[in-house]
Design a protein around this ligand. Sequence first.
Ligand SMILES: C[S@@+](CC[C@H](N)C(=O)[O-])C[C@H]1O[C@@H](n2cnc3c(N)ncnc32)[C@H](O)[C@@H]1O
Length: 209
Amino acid sequence: MKNPAIEYMDKRYLNKSTPGKLYKFWGNKTVQLLRFKILSEIDDLTNKSVLDVGCGLGEFYYFCKEKGVNFSEYVGIDINPKIVKQANDKFPELRISCLDVLEIPRDIMDDTLEKNRFDYIIASGLFNFECANWDERTWLIIEECYKISKLGVAINFLRFRQEERRPIAHYTRYRDILEVVERLTNRYVLRCDYKKNDFTVYLYKKQLR
Ligand SMILES: C[S@@+](CC[C@H](N)C(=O)[O-])C[C@H]1O[C@@H](n2cnc3c(N)ncnc32)[C@H](O)[C@@H]1O
């Protein structure tokens, strides 16, 4: 079955991106960097281990490195084999594997992504594409990421607004996400303070009393 996220990324970005150059992957570098900045503010990520799901070229890693934040470990996974190849060719120092995030449960069993190995799980743009069963799939991914993280999860979404209508994109109401988040933890932060068509949620493992 064709995956719309893979098809869209191949057509829209891979052909026009500048391999090996940072932040040329997306149309708008400023917005990409802003999203990375907000995700990175979940905590001081220095010496933390990070799993980046839907990592693209692994640019979140370079963003943090440029800001002087060095992780103890960085692993990226992405479903798109061409993106993973481009990332591995150009940035061989990063560990980026081709994997569907929905396969995480199986890989936990194989110990590749063993439970509690990563302090934080980051997902930037992972939920931006419309697909069959978007809700069900998204809830499942959030739950799995939360389960396997040691300290927490940071994820962003395109924010629902009446005027936005790109058929490939999925726009999300944050109250729908918070409903799922509240089933997992009572310690979370909603960031709607940086861009009108985007929001980010931090979920923490440590519960509030
Ligand atoms: C909008 S891009 C964001 C890339 C990167 N995180 C960034 O912000 O630069 C979303 C990425 O998620 C990947 N992706 C989509 N569904 C996925 C899945 N089920 N498992 C792993 N990666 C997925 C896509 O291939 C794509 O590279």
